[in-house]
Design a protein around this ligand. Sequence first.
Ligand code: HAM
Length: 417
Amino acid sequence: MITKPKGTYDLMGLDAKIYTYINHEIENFMANYNYDLIRTPIFEASELYHRSVGETSDIVTKETYDFKDRGDRSMTLRPEGTAGVVRSVIENKLYGNKNDCIKLYYNGTMYRYERPQSGRNREFTQFGVEVFNSADPMIDAEVISIGYNLLNSLGIDNVTVAINSLGDKISRKNYTEALVKYLTPYINELCDDCKKRFNSNPLRILDCKIDKNNDILKNVPKISDYLSKESKERFDKLKMLLTNLDIDYEIDEKIVRGLDYYDENVWEYITTDNGITLGGGGRYNSLVENLGGPNLPAVGFALGIERIILELKNKINISNLQNNIDVYIMSVNEEEKMQSIILAQNLRLNNVITEMNSNNLSLKSQFKIADSLNAKFLVILNSEDLNKGLINVKDNATKEEMKIDESEIVDWILGNI
Ligand code: HAM
């Protein structure tokens, strides 16, 4: 038997229903917020991720799926969505109308060669939002609110937004220097990853999972003491806006994010009961320029759909997601079956959710199936009535039966469901 690759999964059953429900909600949300869908390739030139996510990031050093195509070009399966969107904005010059914000969203599979565990897969799905051409924290607040409100409207109300500011270039430079100075005497007491990061990307030491309870890391200098006046103002404005929008947030100076492109305000959506990170994002004001585009400030986030599905499985009222149909059409002989498929098409084309017997099932089995699908009406075809131009309908709740003229059946159903 050929089995699925490690870290991948087959979406089906209840998970597939929850997935469809989430996608439906995403589409409604993004229409209300007036964001446009963007779909970029699942693979891109490897260089794109080296130059955006960062040479020293975990993703690029140990998690990408890289391959040479048949033309000997280095390609990478996308580990995240932001880099591809930025590449597309630049390549398609979406910034043509420089007065306005460019507001985009995406929803697709990403690939990271990670150690699989609950909520951590090698193929996973992200819903993400990216906004270009405004440095105003008002947009940070709007973008944060999309993720927060979406999670809430899906039924995940145990979420807080952990926010931090990484500051502008100067703030980060000053803070990194202070951090390195502070850590220098202790670095040999920290884990191997921290030792590596000490040279390559000291800020990442702050979100080390191994040493997080170590006093050395608990007592690091505070990034907020190193923010420039402007960065501090931007962070303060964001906090005020989040308060006004009724968004539950907390400041967490350990949030530094695992991708190198961030600056200024960053955040993560975290469940309050079990501390699971459902998503994260932040500003990346230099990335567009670093990838060869104009100076275009930007901000965005992504949510992990699999983690949301896991979270919803404990919360959702599953009966709301079960197949509830309007009509089940019952038939036994060939003539009835022939009529059944024609009527089913007519009803379906009129937005009536319809199922029919397309097997050689006994009437008893068909009644059972109709009940399991919560059919509102049963259409019980029988040759005798059909020959008189009549169709038997049974209201499955009241059990009342009636005969309707064949030519009026669709209108009758439409008027009664
Ligand atoms: P990220 O924090 O790497 O950010 O990923 C965002 C979310 O994707 C995570 O919080 C998690 O829910 C989900 N995720 C990440 N890796 C996995 C995995 N292996 N299995 C399942 N879920 C996973 C980014 O990717 C940034 N591009 C977000 C962003 C957009 N920043 C600005 N714009």
